[in-house]
Design a protein around this ligand. Sequence first.
Ligand code: DAH
Length: 339
Amino acid sequence: MREKLEEIKKAAVIELKEAVSKEELESLKIKFLGKKGELTKILRGMGGLSKEERPEIGKIANEVREKIEGIISEGLDKIKQIETEQKLKNEVIDISMPGKKQIIGHRNPLDITLRKTEDIFLAMGFTVEDGPEVEYDKYNFEMLNIPKNHPARGEQDTFYIDDNIVLRTQTSPVQIRTMLNQKLPIKMISPGKVYRSDAADATHSPIFYQVEGLVVDKGITFADMKGTLEMYIKKMFGENVKTKFRPHHFPFTEPSAELDISCFACGGDGCTVCKGEGFIEMYGCGMVHPNVLRNCGIDPEVYSGFAFGVGLDRIVMQTLGIDDIRQLYESDMKFLKQF
Ligand code: DAH
């Protein structure tokens, strides 16, 4: 039996050394150590041994088993190592290869102009307020002194969510929200998207941007409004730009004005851009109507204020010489990269 065990050990050592794959090692394991394996066969025959021989043969059989198991686990480790090395070799990254260039977008001129506007007003002590684009009819029209059936609603037809909720046609409802929710004095601008039920063409878009402004305090006058807007315009467009206030009508301001600025293209002489006028109509503005103050619980006998509103798209188009508003919304990189 001893010789038989020695033979098994020798054979196992030779065969296992030749094995080069996991599968081969597994099948040799079964061959030598499995339930029907050679070593198991010997162990089964141990019943026929004498008392003295049994522990001795048992010890040798265990040694043979341990030896075989040792070789198998060494073999498996080696194969694993070879596989890992092979994998690492195959996955080598050639760092000298040119990379894939990331395409980075470009800021939209609307955004560039808006940031500049915000910076100027922040420096004058204004805050920047936000308001929802889906707005109550009450805030977008009624509390701004535009009741149902008011003709001003005709110019600002919009998209109705239901009878009481609309996509806001102007940023002016943020005036109402700010007066209702904040303590006086108020000095804010509010930029954002607005909507009108207009078909898109070169000068119309159903979505565009406005910037609203509102100042409410004791003793605010038309002169404060003129000074503030003139300061803003000089910072925005340059010291030499001239301004002109023209009487106008807005339901939520009294008196109201439109603010024109000298033409960017001709400087005021008259050209095709300004249609010979020398000036371009830019801003709506005025002293906040007493009804609007009252609607927000502010006593017009004690407080007064001014407000203004401007279409950001119009500023961008005029200053950058863009003649089709749709280009501002098309995300065409060839167009955007120019600015
Ligand atoms: N919301 C006006 C519009 O869309 C613009 C405007 C005019 C805003 C005068 C104002 C203002 O705050 O005082 O036409």
